[in-house]
Design a protein around this ligand. Structure first.
Ligand code: TRP
Length: 376
């Protein structure tokens, strides 16, 4: 757990468990998703989504403004995206799940960006054709969540240039190299495409307003690593006559290994959405880092540490939706009444139930996908 945590939009390295989110929030200048703002949301939604109740979404920018506007009758839309560079894993899906819930509860439009250009530009070995292939694959996982085809629009950067490019250049004119360098750490070696990319990621934060001629508030649920793009975007929006998009920050779902370390080179550290029941069980049994003791006997005596236990953390973040039940699991595991193998089995069953349904919906998504693409 000695690895230093490195977070940029293109790299998350090190231990994601035990990240000091309070400190990050201060550094970023974001607000905690506190009881006051959550209670405001609850007034409109009824029971909050598990990812909000368990604080997997930790902080925000301007969520109160989004709710002010909503209460005045000015509905917001939701924007998020995916960089298609490979198969999606559970962690990638979590922000989209909150989006689906927000769409249902607030009747919101959903605008999704597939940034194939970004993945091509950033990853030295990625071919553009491959990023485009992963786009076709990844959208199935997104659609499988049940987004409303009438209210959901998917953009692909290299395919929807006719709509996106004229807006991107408007942003790019206000983004100078010194800002890009200081925010993202670019050097003289960075290719110019990457330096331009933030302009592309900013487009859907105002496109509905640009197209309709109205000011439509925008809410962006995202992983914390994406915040730098939106800090830049938020500075530029008023210069183009638009409101700043509001942002909801998700934590990182830890990888299975010790300290929640994540790395694309450790395929066993993540559960992919296409993994079979057997692979899921194997990965969790063999690779999920445990906060338990070495033997059952010791565990009964000393108890386990749920705070560093990946299986517990996954249940807590999302998979055990029942608040009473998760409290009970915490108590029993900590006291030694529950063994690691029992805890892992609970998680295996939850993940497999989730994936079974997801994989069936993913198949059905193949029939529906045409309704979602943005037509320039
Ligand atoms: N850059 C993101 C990634 O690498 C993908 C993305 C595009 C995105 N637009 C977004 C993420 C808007 C959050 C919000 O995965």
């Amino acid at each position: 757990m000695t690895d230093k945590l490195v977070i940029t939009p293109w790299e998350i390295k090190g231990s994601v468990m035990g990240v000091d989110y309070e400190k990050l929030m201060k550094e970023f200048g974001a607000d905690a998703l506190n009881e006051q703002v959550l209670a405001r949301m609850r007034k409109h939604t009824g029971q909050l989504h598990v990812l909000l109740r368990r604080k997997f979404f930790v902080s925000h920018r301007d969520l109160n403004w989004i709710l002010d506007e909503f209460e005045k009758g000015n509905k917001f839309y939701i924007y998020t995206g995916r960089g298609p560079s490979g198969p999606m894993h559970l962690g990638h899906l979590l922000p989209f799940m909150l989006c689906k819930w927000l769409q249902d509860r607030f009747g919101a439009e959903m605008w999704i960006q597939m940034s194939d250009d970004e993945k091509f530009l950033v990853k030295p070995d990625m071919k553009l054709e491959d990023a485009q292939k992963w786009t076709e694959d990844n959208v199935l996982d997104i659609i499988a969540l049940g987004f409303d085809p009438k209210k959901t629009h998917i953009f692909v950067d290299t395919k929807n240039a006719k709509t996106m490019y004229p807006q991107a250049v408007r942003v790019a004119k206000h983004l100078n190299l010194s800002t890009a360098k200081s925010v993202f750490g670019f050097t003289g070696e960075t290719n110019v495409g990457i330096a331009f990319y933030t302009a592309m990621q900013s487009v859907l934060a105002f496109l509905p307003s640009a197209l309709s001629g109205k000011q439509i508030p925008c809410l962006v649920p995202l992983g914390l690593d994406q915040d730098p793009h939106f800090r830049v975007c938020r500075d530029i929006m008023p210069k183009l006559g638009y409101h700043k998009p509001a942002v909801l920050h998700a934590k990182f779902l830890s990888g299975l290994g010790e300290g929640g370390k994540m790395s694309a080179s450790l395929p066993n550290s993540a559960i992919y959405l296409i993994d079979s029941e057997k692979v899921v069980a194997d990965k969790i049994k063999r690779h999920a880092f445990s906060g338990g003791q070495k033997t059952a006997e010791e565990q009964r005596k000393l108890g386990a540490n749920p705070e560093i236990d990946v299986s517990y953390q996954w249940l807590q973040a999302f998979f055990e939706d029942d608040d009473e039940r998760i409290k009970k699991i915490h108590e029993e595991y900590k006291s030694g009444k529950m063994l690691t193998s029992e805890l892992k089995q609970i998680l295996i069953d939850k993940v497999n139930a989730f994936l079974k349904n997801h994989q069936a919906e993913r198949e059905k998504a193949k029939e529906k996908v045409d309704k979602f693409w943005w037509k320039d």
